[in-house]
Design a protein around this ligand. Sequence first.
Ligand code: ATP
Length: 235
Amino acid sequence: MLKVNNIDVFYGNIHALKDVSIEVKESEIVTLIGANGAGKSTLLKTLSGLLKPKSGTISYLSQQINGKQAQSIVKSGISHVPEGRRVFSNMTVEENLELGAYLRKDRDSIKKDIANVYELFPILGERRKQQSGTLSGGEQQMLAMGRALMAKPKLLLLDEPSMGLAPLIVKQIFEIIQMVNQQGTTVLLVEQNANMALSIADRAYVIETGKIVLSGTAKELQESEQVKAAYLGAL
Ligand code: ATP
């Protein structure tokens, strides 16, 4: 579904992604794990058209998308939930969800999809009229995911959904990621929480200072001594 081939991305003269290649197949959950500053967010921003690679190619559903505008990438079915869950804080939950569908023309099915988001995240349904800025961190993460789903993505890019959330909420969010995947959405999940990410992923890549240093099935990486030492702590 998605093939990233040998991309290099720079911020001025900072070489943030170095010859990065990854692949995501339809219906998979693939995770990219790595420490702070390794280049995870940079890769997602490049996939969604916010940054342009200096070299290399990105092909999605057999079409080259590097260099395309972010809006046309969303239209082609890639939705990005950025780090720090930026919701529109002075709008209600429901207004945020409606905004997620702004590129869609099928107004009739939008209501149905909002109902589906409330089914996935019942707490959002209870808070539909609440100003989003007053939601808890976990609820805002759910809203950011729900809003991305309103674009009906084929591929969902999630940037550190666990960041700053209590373990119980993280568990809930990860269960929902699995449900969304089972409903037919392919997922590329960027995480520092390697343990949780590997527990739900099919395959994984490890990125260190802009380079992919390891890849394999999630199970292989969970068992790798290198990953255990660097990312799984004493688990
Ligand atoms: P984190 O989880 O902390 O966000 P990350 O793995 O997502 O980490 P990136 O945000 O992709 O890392 O950053 C990769 C590298 O690029 C870092 O060295 C970072 O300092 C640098 N970088 C990121 N954004 C910019 C920017 N706008 N201008 C200059 N350098 C940047």
